[in-house]
Design a protein around this ligand. Structure first.
Ligand code: NAP
Length: 419
């Protein structure tokens, strides 16, 4: 692959797909593309990068970073928001990491995050939500949360199929929907914006498969399909039905629907079996608070997944902590749940933990479990030492406030001491 304005590191090799398998062939010095991102991405990006390098080196490996651009930094370098160089680097090197990117509300360009996920076909957004000892939480038993959400990333109302009020296009769509499809009563007179919500069998099934595979690999007990199918019958309702189809038709006896479990096995699942059930999204939001420990792996359409995973993140300490990653077939891009928090840009203030722990998912994806464990322990130690960024510090009496880079330095010291 040739690149226009970025350099491929002279040392290091690409991660490859192992032939005939869904596994990676990971060199000792993989080349890993990184986007720092907009806003606070310029603070948390370099901080996380240093922590990940330290964890790799402490376990006898190294990461050859390839800096690539999107958002504001790309506009400076390329005069476009999402250069082909960046997409090509993630395609060629297969495993990478990105910070947050700003999306203007209402007008302006479309979400670069959505565009990146769509262009690279990163169809599953995965967010492990677990509690780290010492983090203040708004709930009384935050340690009950140990859940992984799989959010569909390429369709639903995020597909970007929408028309602005007052345009000729929206009038054509209104006419078609009202006159030809018979929904004249459903759209008010006057200006209206209209969007379309595609949810496909293909998109749903590959997402649910990914969630079930994860549950089987990691010894998780349940996969819950979260939908609003009582109201949106032909999109979210069908999401649920296709989800059950995958469970019932593709996994033999290792996966069973809750319904079959009760009808045929009196609710007793054999050890190692994954049970698939479903919940309506609004009920699920309250159940996450009241019955946190019952939920394990969730599979959701795009919008439900966006809301629900942020809310779950609040239960374990907020956006400064919550990590995530995007998966495609043979592609992986880690990214924190939080956005670019522009008011804090460049202040060396915000918490880099979410980006560090997103990098930790990346190390696990590379099979570097030891480095991943070192990071978890080092972050937990830093938190228990009460030397914390403002978001956590402000909630703990007697804690010392440190900046983004100082927090990363503390984590690195812990890694080096524990290695
Ligand atoms: P946000 O950037 O996540 O920030 C919301 C609030 O969360 C902040 O004001 C701050 O709370 C807290 N926060 C976020 N990151 C933090 C960190 N690292 N450490 C400590 N606290 C942190 O959400 P937003 O303000 O709704 O969105 C801003 C921009 O980011 C928008 O353009 C949005 O489109 C974009 N965005 C991008 C992504 C992505 O790239 N994947 C995701 C979400 C949003 P306090 O004010 O309480 O300090």
């Amino acid at each position: 692959m040739s690149y226009d304005r970025v350099e491929v590191p002279s040392e290091g090799e690409a991660v490859e797909l192992a032939e005939g398998e869904d596994e990676l062939d990971v060199p000792e010095r993989p080349i890993v593309p990184i986007i720092y991102g907009d806003g606070v991405g310029t603070d948390v990006g370099p901080a996380a990068q240093q922590v990940l390098s330290a964890a790799a080196e402490a376990t006898g490996r190294s990461i050859e970073w390839m800096r690539v651009y999107a958002g504001a930094s790309a506009r400076e370098e390329y005069d476009t928001n999402l250069p082909e160089d960046t997409l090509d680097a993630f395609r060629e090197f297969k495993v990478g990491i990105k910070g947050p990117l700003t999306t203007p509300v209402g007008a302006g360009y479309r979400s670069l995050n959505v565009a990146l996920r769509q262009r690279l076909d990163l169809y599953a957004n995965v967010r492990p939500t677990y509690y780290i000892d010492g983090v203040p939480s708004p709930v009384s038993e935050p340690e009950d949360m140990d859940m992984v959400s799989f959010r569909e990333n390429t369709e639903d109302v995020y597909a970007g199929i929408e028309w602005e009020a007052g345009t000729e296009e929206v009038e054509q769509v209104r006419e078609f929907v009202a006159d030809e499809m018979g929904f004249g009563e459903s759209i008010h007179e006057g200006d209206v914006g209209i969007g379309i919500k595609p949810i496909s069998e293909f998109g749903t099934k590959r997402l649910v498969r990914r969630a079930i595979d994860y549950a089987l690999e990691r010894g998780r007990d349940t996969v819950t399909l979260v939908h609003k199918g009582n109201i949106m019958k032909f999109t979210e309702g069908t999401f649920r039905d296709w989800g059950y189809e995958v469970a019932e038709e593709e996994y033999g006896e290792t996966v069973i629907s809750e319904d079959t479990l009760w009808k045929e096995q009196d609710g007793e699942a054999a050890p190692g079996t994954v049970v698939v059930n479903d919940r309506i999204a609004d009920n699920m939001l309250q159940q996450l608070l009241t019955r946190t420990g019952q939920y394990d792996v969730l599979a959701m359409p795009n919008l439900n997944g966006d809301y629900l995973s942020d809310s779950a993140g609040a239960q374990i300490g907020g956006l400064g902590i919550a990590p995530g990653a995007n998966l495609g077939d043979g592609r992986f891009v880690a990214e924190p749940v939080h956005g670019s928090a522009p008011k804090y840009e460049g202040q060396d203030k915000v918490n880099p933990t979410a980006m560090i722990l997103s990098g930790r998912i990346m190390l696990e994806h590379l099979g570097w479990e030891e480095a991943s464990e070192l990071i978890y322990d080092a972050v937990e130690e830093a938190i228990l030492d009460k030397r914390l960024t403002y978001d956590i510090e402000r909630q703990i009496e007697g804690a010392e406030r440190v900046g983004t880079s100082e927090f990363a330095d503390i984590v690195i010291e812990n890694i080096e001491r524990n290695a």
